[in-house]
Design a protein around this ligand. Sequence first.
Ligand code: IPM
Ligand code: MG
Length: 352
Amino acid sequence: MNTYRIAAVPGDGIGVEVIAAGVEVLEALARRSGSFALDFKHFDWNSDNFVKHGHYIPDGGLEELKTFDSIFFGAVGALNVPDHVSLWGLRLPICQGFDQYANVRPARVLPGVKSPLHNGQDIDWVVIRENSEGEYSGNGGRVHRGLPEEVATEVSVFTRVGVERIHRFAFELARTRPRKQLTLVTKSNAQRHGMVLWDEVFHEVAKDFPDVRIDKELVDAVTTRMVLKPGTLDVIVATNLHADILSDLAAALSGSLGIAPTANLNPGKQFPSMFEPIHGSAFDITGKGVANPIATFWTAAMMLEHLGEVQAARQLMSAIEAVTEAGVHTPDLGGTATTRQVTDAVLDLLNR
Ligand code: IPM
Ligand code: MG
């Protein structure tokens, strides 16, 4: 029997509530399968502990995390810590330190969920986000602080290696989907260095994938296409910041940010990959028991798939879809169900 060691890092806000729900569901799946087991270890790396001790990740923490098969992550961000401090204190050191360069964000309108689009049923996308460089490289600085002549730079970094590997990943993924279509998102009309390299390398990599249909869209224009002609898109590859924005749009068009999952993958499996809901800490509903656990369950399904437990991943996706279809919806989806009720509905199906 395979035993996978999972590092659970609930983090802040509703991260704590949804990861607890996710762990319950994953444990039920493992019991049901009889063929694999999950060994969870919980890490209390969060903003409260940062305020008390001055760090999110203790000494040796990343080294320990490396020994796990996967990381199951909730959210980071708190009202009393500046966002750039919490992000660079916890999430980015893991993404960048573990070379999780491929961020995968599927978007689809689940059964029973209402899209704000009249043709929302046509949404079936995967947004591939470059996750290691670009606008999030952390390269830049501030000088003459506080003076009128203060200067700050935020330098986007595009490397041939970084660009090539994300495009290759996107092509490989597009190839596995029925429509085999990949849209390059760019802004090479205005940004004439990094974005031009981004486009050139895309077309070089495309030569190795003659079976994948390609097209190209400027990032501003692709937003209109997502809204007006959702059925014309399949897999989308975009830079770190562009895909950050497009994936929120994709989530909203799919019915709610509360259902959108994400995987931060180290495709070579040299380091563990990290799986998290997109939604973040959500202070407004923290502690109320109404956070939508569906994003975390979908994320858990992506984690199982990455671990090779494809059958369990499918079982979980079917249970999720049966529950959304039956109308067991939290308030973000217009319902009145609690986190507990949605979790119980999924568990009930898995325990049958
Ligand atoms: C996301 C989030 C993060 C990001 C925030 C929390 C910094 O919006 O995962 O999409 O921009 O990467
Ligand atoms: Mg985002």
